[in-house]
Design a binder for this molecule. Structure first.
Ligand SMILES: NC(=O)c1ccc[n+]([C@@H]2O[C@H](COP(=O)([O-])OP(=O)(O)OC[C@H]3O[C@@H](n4cnc5c(N)ncnc54)[C@H](O)[C@@H]3O)[C@@H](O)[C@H]2O)c1
Ligand SMILES: O=C(O)C[C@H](O)C(=O)O
Length: 281
């Protein structure tokens, strides 16, 4: 078996991490032949909660998990890591935009960018989930100048999954039969979900999304605004921001980055204003 990968999850006592740690631990991201060491970082007041998470991870009896490190110390958390899921940050509440989190969250990503620079492997892959994700990714990369910029990405995979699933549900086809959905722009209400190049397998044929949906007005209006406002709709309904779907998207993002996408050639993620994934999964 391969050497274990050291995988850091920040915000490990929070709600996204609660789903994420289980999926990573059971092999959904790095595969069934890849052992891992899970590194769990949170702030000192959350260490008690984190102990409970560790108890549960142990009780899951996951064969691929070769060790669990639980800490609030940045040097211990970031030393020698191969992958970082940067989740630890404040979530927004009802009525807020993601950019309202800048004041609270940007300083976390400056500090953790510096820690990446000092302690992580130079080929570490970093996924920033904490909002505002694109700005935080940019800051993280800026404060880790010894790590290539292309090793940093911001999570817009949740928007991509939302767009893919809306089209699939509209047509009554499996999600896997919709691909090449693009999200342009930041993970914010100004993003643009684009299905101009999307394909759908329907009735045994591959069709362009517009041809398959046969409702241009829906695709140009309601579909776009539903994806743009989905995060806020979940907060209004759950009184908490998305967690299960965010964890799934983080796993999808790193799995495809680590292993490559299944079928279609071009797959690029930028930490700046464009996030593209052409993907069939
Ligand atoms: N990009 C996306 O698609 C997406 C989707 C959903 C949520 N989010 C964002 O992810 C973040 C986390 O959401 P959540 O629901 O898990 O929140 P949460 O409040 O449940 O958990 C956040 C955790 O981060 C910890 N934390 C705070 N400061 C930290 C620090 N300096 N170092 C390490 N840990 C720290 C907190 O103690 C807490 O345990 C939020 O910013 C949220 O807006 C992004
Ligand atoms: O909307 C939020 O604040 C959480 C997350 O970014 C989401 O899109 O669900």
């Amino acid at each position: 078996m391969a050497e274990p990968l050291k995988v850091l999850v920040t915000g490990a006592a929070g709600q996204i991490a609660y789903s994420l740690l289980f999926s990573v631990g059971k092999g959904d991201v790095f595969g069934q032949d890849q052992p891992i060491i899970l590194v769990l970082l949170d702030i000192p007041p959350m260490m008690g909660v984190l102990e409970g998470v560790v108890m549960e991870l142990n009780d899951c009896s996951l064969p691929l998990v070769k060790g669990i490190i639980c800490t609030h110390d940045l040097e211990e958390a970031f030393t020698g890591i191969d992958v970082a899921f940067m989740v630890g940050a404040m979530p927004r509440r009802e009525g807020m935009e993601r950019k309202d989190l800048l004041k609270a969250n940007v300083k976390i990503f400056k500090q953790q960018g510096e820690a990446l620079d000092k302690f992580a492997k130079k080929d570490v892959k970093v996924l920033v989930v904490g909002n505002p994700a694109n700005t935080n990714a940019c800051i993280c990369a800026k404060y880790a100048p010894s790590i290539p910029k292309e090793n940093f990405s911001a999570m817009t995979r949740l928007d991509q999954n939302r767009a893919q699933s809306l089209v699939a549900n509209r047509l009554g086809v499996p999600n896997s039969d919709v691909w090449n959905v693009i999200i342009w722009g930041n993970h914010s209400s100004t993003q643009f979900p684009d299905v101009q190049h999307a394909k759908v397998k329907i009735g045994g044929e591959d069709k362009n999304a517009f041809e398959a949906v046969k409702d241009d007005s829906w695709l140009k209006n309601e579909f776009v605004s539903t994806v743009q406002k989905r995060g806020a709709a979940i907060i209004a309904a759950r009184k908490l921001s998305s967690a299960m779907s965010a964890a799934k998207a983080a796993c999808d993002h790193i799995r495809d980055w680590w292993n490559g996408t299944q079928e279609v050639g071009f797959n690029f993620q930028s930490i700046f204003s464009i996030n593209l994934i052409f993907l069939k999964n």
